[in-house]
Design a protein around this ligand. Structure first.
Ligand code: NDP
Ligand code: ZN
Length: 350
């Protein structure tokens, strides 16, 4: 089969590869819609997970089932399916402990374009099909459906990790597609003021539509000062969906004692993350820092699909560039790398 791959750190290209083999609990799918992720950019150009040779890229897809294993109950050839970017082993200890995304070792639920070939191939393999696929709801926009792979569950997970409650004043650092979904999720969970940090105008406009009450441009000065000033003091909760290792220091400085930080940002470079000692209450400020890979799985995809179909969540609004034809995944990934001002998220219809 033909596939678009990471050839080595810093290099991508088209390759020929054997089509995947379907195990008894698995499915093989072909893509209907695909999207590149900022994580693919970290993987290829920052070498964030180490080197990979001819690994097929991509983990965001909507697909059609072309083969199922003999133990798969709920999916058959021809079904159109939502596919979670994170595909845990649901019968693992980690899953029983509530951390299925780390089944097989830390971050090991993230298999596509990490431990195995991703979805930018003519065919791709899904482990534990009954646990990791969901039926594509009739009438769902394919852009929205593709965002249920990763952007929606990750953004929502930021709001879960930060434990956004009604009436909370919340800062959301980063309003790319992930942070924008965190804005929408925080609004749904009842946040009061939402301070959304970014610089691109179209992201800021969409953040306002999704529920941000204030837009903070990190290029216009220290975000801590801007947010403390607007909020007249520290915020209750913070979601980090952009920035770098130093962003934690800013987050600690603008968080109240007893507050909570939920990080979903992928820290792709450097050895350490700095925490300012005094502002962390010399270690005693009850400023909780959490960070997580989003949970994958069928139940979550189905619940998020319900939110979309009920009209409460509009992930299709993230799509700024639509392409027709599999070969355009390359161009779409380059857009994700270069982040032109008018881009939020590209989508490729296969
Ligand atoms: P984008 O690059 O599209 O968005 C990043 C955002 O951060 C932009 O709004 C950008 O602003 C802002 N930003 C950049 N630098 C700073 C800074 N110094 N201070 C404050 N804000 C800054 O990324 P995505 O939304 O696609 O993804 C966000 C992160 O989530 C990535 O690291 C991605 O790898 C990760 N991720 C994590 C997953 C998980 O399971 N935890 C799953 C999927 C993705 P500007 O407007 O200037 O661009
Ligand atoms: Zn991703």
């Amino acid at each position: 089969m033909k596939a678009f791959a990471m050839r080595k750190i810093g290099q991508t290209g088209w390759i020929e590869k054997e089509a995947p083999v379907c195990g008894p609990m698995d499915a093989v799918c072909k893509p209907i819609a695909l999207a590149p992720c900022t994580s693919d950019v970290h993987t290829v150009w920052s070498g964030a997970i180490g080197d990979r040779c001819d690994m097929v890229l991509g983990h965001e897809a909507v697909g059609e089932v072309v083969e199922v294993g003999r133990m798969v109950n709920d999916f058959k050839v021809g079904d159109r399916v939502l596919i979670s970017a994170i595909t845990p082993d649901w019968n693992s200890y980690a899953a029983q402990e509530g951390y299925a995304m780390h089944s097989g070792g830390m971050l090991s639920g993230w298999k596509f374009s990490n431990f195995k070939d991703g979805v930018f191939g003519e065919y791709f393999h899904v482990n534990d099909a009954d646990g990791n696929l969901a039926h594509l709801p009739e009438g769902m926009d394919l852009g929205a459906a593709c965002m249920i792979s990763d952007m929606v569950p990750t953004g929502v997970h930021g709001a879960e990790l930060a434990d956004i409650q009604y009436g909370d004043n919340v800062a959301i650092i980063g309003i790319g597609p992930v942070g924008l979904m965190s804005v929408a999720a925080s609004a749904i969970r009842g946040a009061a003021n939402i301070y959304a940090v970014g610089s691109r105008k179209n992201c800021a406009d969409l953040a306002r539509e999704f529920g941000a009450t204030h837009i903070i441009n990190y290029k216009n000065g220290d975000i801590v000062e801007q947010i403390l000033d607007l909020n007249r003091g520290p915020v209750d909760k913070i979601i980090i969906a952009g920035g770098d290792n130093d962003t934690f220091a800013q987050a600690i400085r603008m968080l109240k004692a007893g507050g909570r930080i939920g990080n979903v940002n992928y820290l792709g470079e450097g050895d350490t993350v700095g925490i300012p000692r005094a502002e962390w209450g010399c270690g005693m400020g009850h400023k909780l820092i959490t960070g997580g890979l989003m949970p994958g799985g069928r139940l979550r995809s189905e619940k998020l699909a319900r939110l979309v179909m009920s009209g409460r969540l509009h992930p299709e609004r993230l799509i700024t560039h639509r392409f027709n034809g599999f070969e355009n995944v390359e161009q779409a990934l380059m857009l994700m790398k270069d982040k032109p001002a008018d881009l939020i998220k590209p989508l490729v219809l296969v």
